[in-house]
Write a protein that binds this ligand. Sequence first.
Ligand SMILES: [Zn+2]
Length: 121
Amino acid sequence: MTADEIAAALDDASGAVEPGPSAARARQPSGRGEPATSWADAFAARTVAVEGGHLHWTGATGHRGTPVVSFRGQVETGYRLAFRWHHGREPEGNVRPRCDYPGCVAGGHLADRKLREGGGS
Ligand SMILES: [Zn+2]
């Protein structure tokens, strides 16, 4: 057997055992072991209260470190969820923390475009 033949045989073998896309889909992102039953649960499982009233994000992050959470096939940012619960309305434009804690998701520390422009709450 030549080296080329061995390499070809190995290629075939590895190709056969490689997990397909369905296997990758079956893997669930793990929060704390138990599946979340609501957005609030999913959010709570990814946050830790820290000194100063800030809420530290321990979950996944996306573009520019934005906290992201997925629940039942949907994806939301931690900012938007926390904003909605705290202010009781849908945010307008991008939601970002106004405090100095990086990635803070404390509802009261978040502001949307409307708040940043001083348009009340
Ligand atoms: Zn904060």
